[in-house]
Design a protein around this ligand. Sequence first.
Ligand code: SF4
Length: 318
Amino acid sequence: MLAIRLMQDQGIAVEAVNFKTLFSCCQETAGRAAQDLGVRITVLGAEDDYLELVKSPRFGYGKGANPCVDCRIYMFQRAYRFMEQVGADFIVSGEVIGQRPMSQKRRDLETISHHSALDDLLLRPLSARLLPPTLPEREGWVDRERLFDFCGRSRKGLIALARKFHFNNIPSPSTGCALTEPQFARKVTDLIQLDPAAGMWDYDLLKLGRHFRLNGDTKVVVGRQKSENDQLEYLHDLPQASSTAVLTPLNFQGPLSLVVGPATPAALDFSGGLVLRYSKFTTDQQPSVMVRTRHQHFPIKPTITPRVSQARTLAASS
Ligand code: SF4
């Protein structure tokens, strides 16, 4: 928001671009910000190739499973294409040197400019005075003297500037990206290690339910509430689904579980046991669980009720 406002202050017309990945949110916040600033905003979605950089980032991960440098290179490559489509002259971003440990160290900013091929067409107005002059500054399209030298993690100066511009909605510093969350990152790392060929469906599934791994081939996902049960069932019914069976309680109230991997008797027993584990039923009931695979339905009576600690829990509390 500040980067855009600084350009507007110099009479430069701006179009905003917001990136949407499988793991990030904030389109609403970005839309509101664009409205406040009076600029047109275009949301660019990450494509299938984005998953490849999540699985194997050239510049490594942050504290979670966040490949921030690669991700930002990807975003700026897309922005470069967009810049050419709309006939813009250069790109500005709100990056501040040293503000985020993974992608905004001075060296990272250089890496991102270079590998996105934008080089000195990428201007960071908030830290510009600490960086070499870019083409827009050298050509005089932008007055470098009216740019800033913010550096480090403190948001104090940025907030003061936002107040000076009378911004009503100052967003929180959260990235809004699930890849940075430790619980979610565990599930991503598990998937990368055990199923390197996993696709969009498998990564989408990480956002739902409790995940338990039975073995290297098989995991079970249990819904935490009705809406998740419905979403899990919807995902199971998609043609690209990797799940092989869906299990629902027959004679008691409880969650739905999904088997991802071979639907062996052991996997079904484990999955049914987890349905019991998260259900309420009286002890004189003999609980039955209905199994629905791609081609058949049949009931089972799970023989085990795994303790959560016995199953390898990937993110029980997320
Ligand atoms: S926090 Fe997420 S969306 Fe943001 S740069 Fe890092 S990986 Fe990309």
